[in-house]
Design a binder for this molecule. Structure first.
Ligand code: HEM
Length: 454
């Protein structure tokens, strides 16, 4: 058997420079590596186990279909605790992770989604009402407002009131800390996190985080009191978590509740906002795509049911292509082996990190010919396996909110397109930039309203 291509890790300054390059220019970085080493290679370190990087569908199948106890993923995500706390689903492994997922899953599927579809449409209408004829606007803040309002509604079951507004504003401000490539370095290089008071990025982040924490703890107390008095009939995720008991009959602590709520709020809106911004970019940069989409939406007539919109094949293909060409997460979570494992016939020892590059997989020419071209038709002609197309990852860590994200993208498009004719303010091709852990359209992305049907 051939030797697996190996990159020797450097140390010191050179390593830091490479890491910064990987954070700031992730796509070039991945493309260069793939050109040099192929779709399955390892990086070896002097005093640590190797990291395997792959974008090979067979390797991805091996990883996604392995028993969940083969990996520790939560351990690999420890670096996110500064944002989501130690008790977040993202940081859990084993039985606790499995039970927490089982508890949350129904809220993001089936009937629960149906219930929130009306809310998505009304929130979209309300947020986009502010767009004025012939005025240009930055796309991201609007998309972010829609997705944040939706997730607050799904998680807290509320969408108005003073406390809700404060939480909404604070969460938006907090995430602004990482809204550009340079400030995103704070996530990857903890040594940069210096609290020099409220005018320093990290100091400001800590203050905002504390304010949010207080607000959520206050809400937890009020909800617990309401529950104790038997007056709560809410069916939101918050209530679900408040009522949940483990096998010993023990409920979640305030800290556990806080961390899970924060996780869902963050994971549930930043990513979808980026997806929506890309979707609007592609629809408006390619007239033939927009034309086909409008034709398909028109065929539904006035006031279509959300299920009809959800089942539109071309809309679905446009969204799939949007999440293929520039996946919001360039890679999945890292998987750390807990026991020996064979991937593509190569044996790896415990503690080896397995990393999957979503971006590289989505640009394999054997799967996606002319991969840099936006062609929704590929999804109408080919049915890709869950190891060939993975915008939401896979296996037992597959994104919990994928169905909600896709539904939001569809309903927002179906609500905005018939009411507005929009245009891009620049014809220059747009490339992804680093935004925190994810890749997003540049914050400067703008559109202008050419026609508005009221
Ligand atoms: C377009 C939007 C979204 C994208 C592209 C996306 C992508 C991802 C990816 C790639 C992962 C890691 C999967 C893996 O390592 O195998 C993930 C995990 C996760 N996502 Fe999403 N996501 C999106 C929206 C959402 C929404 C709306 C929610 C709602 C709460 C959500 C909640 C989560 C959670 C909780 C996890 C962790 C799952 C676990 O560790 O078991 N995401 N997502």
């Amino acid at each position: 058997m051939e030797q697996i291509p190996t990159v020797q890790s450097t140390s010191g300054l050179l390593r830091t420079i490479r890491q910064i390059n990987g954070v700031l220019r992730p796509l070039n970085f991945m493309e260069e590596r793939n050109r040099k080493y192929g779709d399955f290679y390892q990086i070896t370190f002097k005093n640590a186990p190797p990291t395997v990087m792959t974008s090979n569908p067979q390797a991805i199948e091996d990883i996604f279909t392995a028993s969940p106890d083969t990996f520790e993923v939560g351990k690999g995500n420890q670096g996110l605790n500064f944002l989501v706390g130690d008790n977040s689903l993202l940081l859990l492994d084993g039985k606790v992770h499995k039970n927490r997922r089982r508890l949350l899953m129904p809220s993001f599927h089936g009937e629960s989604l149906q219930e929130c579809s009306h809310k998505i449409v009304s929130i979209t209408r309300k947020v986009c009402d502010g767009w004025q004829l012939n005025e240009s606007f930055k796309v991201r803040p609007y998309m972010q407002e829609i997705t944040l309002r939706v997730i607050l509604n799904v998680v807290f079951g509320i969408d108005s009131g003073e406390k809700y507004e404060r939480l909404r504003v604070l969460l938006t401000k907090l995430l602004e800390t990482f809204n550009n490539p340079l400030s995103s370095l704070l996530i990857f290089f903890p040594t940069l996190r210096k609290d020099w008071g409220k005018f320093s990025p990290w100091g400001r982040f800590l203050l905002l985080k504390e304010e949010i924490r207080k607000l959520i703890y206050q809400e937890i107390k009020e909800r617990r009191d309401l529950l104790a008095s038997g007056k709560s009939e809410r069916r939101d995720i918050f209530s679900l978590l408040l009522l949940a008991k483990d096998e010993n009959g023990k409920g979640m602590t305030d800290e556990e509740l806080h961390d899970e709520l924060i996780t869902l709020l963050f994971a549930g809106h930043e990513t979808t906002a980026s997806g929506l911004a890309w979707l609007f970019y592609w629809i408006h940069s390619l007239p033939e795509v927009q034309e086909k989409l409008r034709f398909e939406l028109d065929s539904l007539g006035a006031n279509p049911d959300y299920r009809e919109i959800n089942n539109l094949p071309y809309l679905d293909a446009v969204i799939s292509e949007t999440l293929r060409i520039y996946p919001i997460a360039a890679g999945t979570f890292g998987r750390i082996l807990t026991k020996p494992m064979s991937v593509m016939g190569y044996d790896f020892d415990p503690k080896t990190w397995l990393m999957i590059s979503i971006y590289s997989l989505h640009h394999r020419e054997d799967l996606y010919p002319n991969s840099k071209q936006f062609k929704p038709e590929r999804f109408l002609q080919t049915s890709y396996s869950p190891y060939e197309y993975i915008p939401f990852g896979g296996g037992n860590r597959r994104c919990l909110g994928s169905a909600l994200a896709l539904l939001e993208m569809k309903l927002v498009t179906a609500t905005v397109l018939p009411r507005f004719q929009l245009e891009l303010t620049s014809k220059r091709p747009m490339l992804p930039v680093r935004r925190g852990l994810t890749l997003a359209p540049p914050a400067s992305f703008k559109m202008v309203v050419k026609n508005k049907i009221t």
